[in-house]
Design a protein around this ligand. Structure first.
Ligand SMILES: *Cc1c(COP(=O)(O)O)cnc(C)c1O
Length: 392
């Protein structure tokens, strides 16, 4: 009888390489302070809950009301009986929010990239992708038969050189994260758009970490740079700052219609629960009504980054609420993260192969929920543990 020995073997190899990661189980919902199951309370600096929307009263009330009205699930994929009026409403509101003709919602940011890239890229096309783009973009590209070219991170000279060579393809599609999730730096979108226009390429930006964070009312990187109408595909997530789960593409009506007919992750997977769609509609309202949340997020992030830099930490290229502290080799970065948690600060360790071997780090995400006292506590813990590790 077949057994699990090859699976167990792979698991052993992972552990021997020091890359095995157990999951931490938290007792309570996503918040500024959280309690580890059977353990201690820790200041949460690893969640994507940028604005505290997971617990926003307006979003919770909307979820409960929609559950009472529509039930807990949609009962079908979107194209059969799973498009309820609340899904339709969410898409029109997203399109209005982003200032595009249309928007299409998927079950997650991950499946949005799979569905959109899988639809727009054919064998006669070329996709040109930043080397640090998110895993869901890489996997989305792998699902297609398009030619692939990678450019060095934010290297516009290389991007131009590649675009020059790719004139004979049917379509050129330049793909970038809006905010890069491991370094917290922002894509040079104005330069990308200019090059794309010069060489007749489509522009595709994944704003997972920019949704609700960058731009007026958190409208994203296109709005941040004033590039409305010049970015063809804006991917957003409903799972991070928006506080629930889901993803979307804001684009032209024709692109939406093609995806409704061809995007496999859209066609063959059940639509979002009504409660989630309702929470996301409420989130869009709160983003417009409470701009002070986004303002506090940026005040917290900029102040905390300056504080870490003054202490002498290497925060890499960070210019957003994502702030890495570069530690070095994988074991050292993971040990630093473990010591921080013992001292009451949850800062995720990120190591090879997610980042380069010598660029192991802990990644801190500052949110609007952190109080001044929280951030002072975090800076004190980081300073003390940083001294133990000779980082400051
Ligand atoms: C988190 C993330 C995703 C995935 O979004 P989910 O909604 O969590 O599936 C996609 N792209 C980027 C750049 C991300 O950071």
């Amino acid at each position: 009888m077949a057994d699990f020995r090859h699976i167990e073997e792979q698991l052993r190899e992972l552990k021997e390489a020091g890359r095995y990661r157990p999951m931490t189980v938290w007792k309570d919902g996503s918040d500024a302070w959280m309690t580890v199951e059977g353990g201690k309370r820790a200041l949460q600096m690893s969640s994507n809950n940028y604005l505290g929307f997971t617990h926003h009263p307006k979003l919770k009330a909307a979820a409960i009301a929609a559950t009472e009205k529509y039930g807990v699930g949609s009962g079908s994929v979107r194209t059969i009986t799973g498009t309820l009026s609340i899904h339709d409403e969410l898409e029109w509101k997203l399109a209005a929010f982003k200032g595009t003709e249309a928007a299409l919602v998927f079950q997650s940011g991950f499946t949005t990239n799979q569905g959109v890239l899988g639809t727009i890229l054919g064998p006669d096309d070329v996709v040109i992708s930043d080397e640090l783009n998110h895993a869901s973009i890489i996997d989305g590209i792998r699902l297609t038969k398009a030619s692939r070219r990678i450019f060095a991170h934010k290297d516009m000279n290389q991007l131009e050189a590649v675009l020059k060579e790719c004139g004979s393809y049917r379509q050129r599609v330049v793909v970038t994260d809006g905010v890069f999730s491991m370094d917290g730096d922002i894509a040079p979108l104005p330069a990308i758009v200019e090059l794309a226009e010069k060489y007749d390429a489509l522009v595709y930006v994944d704003d997972a970490h920019a949704s609700g964070v960058l731009g007026k009312h958190g409208k994203g990187s296109t709005d941040h740079f004033g590039l409305h109408g010049r970015v063809h595909f804006q991917i957003g997530t409903l799972s991070k700052a928006v506080g629930a789960v889901g993803g979307y593409v804001a684009t032209a009506r024709a692109a939406k219609e093609l995806m409704i007919n061809s995007a496999r992750s859209f066609l063959f997977s059940t639509s979002l629960p009504p409660s989630v769609a309702a929470s996301c509609i409420a989130a869009l309202e709160v983003l417009q009504e409470e701009p002070e949340l986004t303002e506090r997020l940026w005040r917290n992030a900029d102040g905390f980054r300056r504080r870490l830099q003054a202490l002498g930490f290497d925060t890499g290229e960070s210019e957003t609420p994502i702030i890495p502290i570069i530690v070095g080799q994988p074991e050292r970065a993971l040990a630093f993260s473990k010591r921080l948690l013992e001292e009451g600060v949850c800062a995720q360790g990120i190591v090879y192969p997610t980042v380069a071997m010598d660029k192991g780090r802990v990644r801190l995400i500052v949110t609007a929920q952190h109080s001044e006292a929280d951030l002072r506590f975090a800076a004190d813990v980081l300073e003390n543990v940083g001294k133990e590790f000779g980082l400051v």
